[in-house]
Design a protein. Structure first.
Length: 273
């Protein structure tokens, strides 16, 4: 009887028969940040559903964003349970930037920090979707959060931009954030949409920027799979993407590896050329 050889994940290995693969975790590029929206038109996963998803999908999910102010608005025992599940499976949960903006607007950042500690969330997105911070204030807030032993993710851009973003300005922000010890920079969906529509040449220039590897793009979950596939075509399979819903995660991983009709089974097609 033949010896049944498996890899570290328990997958059977064969001499010739192989599925397409890509880099595993931990990784610096090709990140997938899932959005945990709670009950919505994207479905309610809850603790049991989340475990089912992560039993297979955890290796494809790097981060999980607790949507908007859900970390504050939902019962603390539920948030702690969900956060614990993510951590047990090696996925980093983080509170969405609207929570920070809410706390900042209410002059309650200190209380937000206390709350995050209580629900055991160690990472927070700092955004300026609606509030606007002066440079010194932005850096002070990042320093305050880091001194509270929180990992900071910065989201660049406005929900309702008035003009296309400047590549040079964006680059200066990303480099400053990296210098400040920020984990990575998310590019707001509305900014990406405007850039692609009004200055497509600037959009195409993004992957040539040295700082782009620190960026995570925010496609529209409602534009799945078309926008996600276009980003993979434009920026390569190792482009980092966020706001991927639970039911989209595994399909997206397949697209990254050339699996699926929307990408024409490119892993097979490319080998046949």
């Amino acid at each position: 009887m033949a010896v049944e050889e498996t890899d570290e994940r328990g997958y059977y290995t064969y001499e010739r028969l192989k599925a397409p693969t890509r880099q595993g975790k931990p990784r610096e590029t090709g990140l997938t940040a899932m959005i945990d929206v709670g009950p919505s038109d994207f479905g309610w996963i809850g603790p049991r559903g989340l475990k089912d998803l992560l039993d297979f999908g955890a290796e494809f999910i790097d981060y999980a964003k607790i949507f908007a102010i859900n970390a504050l608005d939902y019962p603390p025992p539920l948030i702690r349970k969900m956060v614990g599940i993510y951590k047990d499976y090696g996925v980093t949960p983080f509170a969405g930037g609207i929570l920070f903006e809410t706390a900042y607007q209410q002059n309650a950042v200190d209380e937000m920090i206390t709350h995050l500690k209580r629900v055991e969330i160690d990472t927070l997105e700092l955004s300026e979707n609606y509030v606007e911070l002066e440079h010194d204030v932005r850096m002070q807030q990042i320093d305050l959060l880091q001194k509270a032993e929180l990992t900071v993710i910065y989201e660049f851009g406005r929900k309702i931009p008035t003009e296309p973003l400047s590549i040079d300005y964006m680059g200066s922000i990303v480099e400053e954030m990296m210098g400040a010890g920020v984990d990575h920079v998310i590019l707001e969906q509305s900014e990406i949409d405007m850039l692609a529509e009004e200055t497509p040449q600037a959009m195409q220039a993004l992957p040539q920027q040295k700082w782009f590897e620190h960026c995570v793009l925010e496609p529209d979950p409602y534009s799945f799979p078309h926008q996600h596939i276009q980003m993979i075509k434009d920026f390569g399979p190792e482009v980092s993407l966020c706001n991927v819903t639970p039911e989209q995660v595994l399909k997206l991983e397949g697209f990254r590896r050339g699996i699926g009709r929307p990408v024409h089974y490119s892993y097979l097609f490319d080998d046949l050329e």
